[in-house]
Design a protein around this ligand. Structure first.
Ligand code: DQA
Length: 142
């Protein structure tokens, strides 16, 4: 199986971005841990981060038929993007939604997600472990 990991806007700043909320790990640290875990689970893992909505959408389109499932942290687009939601539906890609922080403990505008009702599973508040939990879950499913 091939699992594609997608990271939305500002996640390239992990490590220095609000470390009390998001931790000290960098995005490279997280991606490296996912590639390592993927090898152990016999799953091909690819990772992409973008700050641009259309780049995420184009990438999702390109994944149609080329991967088993997606792990996505849409970051701020979680709360705004009908377009990324529609892209995942159009590409018929099963996905797990991941958030580092527990969005439900935070501002009210973070409580709604345009993705959760379509997601196979939603993980939040586990820090970077959430991505690895999603990968373990998907590796058993596909
Ligand atoms: C986030 C939560 C979002 O509300 C926020 O906009 C992010 C990161 C998380 O991983 O906790 O950028 O998706």
């Amino acid at each position: 199986p091939h699992i594609a990991v997608l990271h939305g806007p500002n996640l390239n700043m992990l490590g220095t971005r609000e470390p009390t909320v998001y931790g000290h790990e960098t995005l490279d640290d997280i991606n490296t841990s996912l590639l390592t875990l993927g090898q152990a689970l016999n799953v091909e893992v690819s990772c992409l981060q973008s700050n641009a909505e259309h780049v995420l959408i184009d990438h999702i389109h390109s994944l149609r038929g080329h991967c088993s499932a997606v792990i996505i942290n849409p970051a701020a687009y979680t709360h705004t993007s009908v377009a990324i939601r529609d892209a995942l539906a159009a590409a018929e890609l099963p996905f797990v939604e991941v958030h580092l922080s527990n969005v439900h403990q935070r501002e009210a505008f973070r409580h709604h997600s345009y993705f959760s009702d379509l997601a196979l599973a939603v993980i939040c508040g586990m820090g970077s472990e959430g991505y690895r939990a999603a990968l373990r879950f998907l590796s058993q499913k596909f």
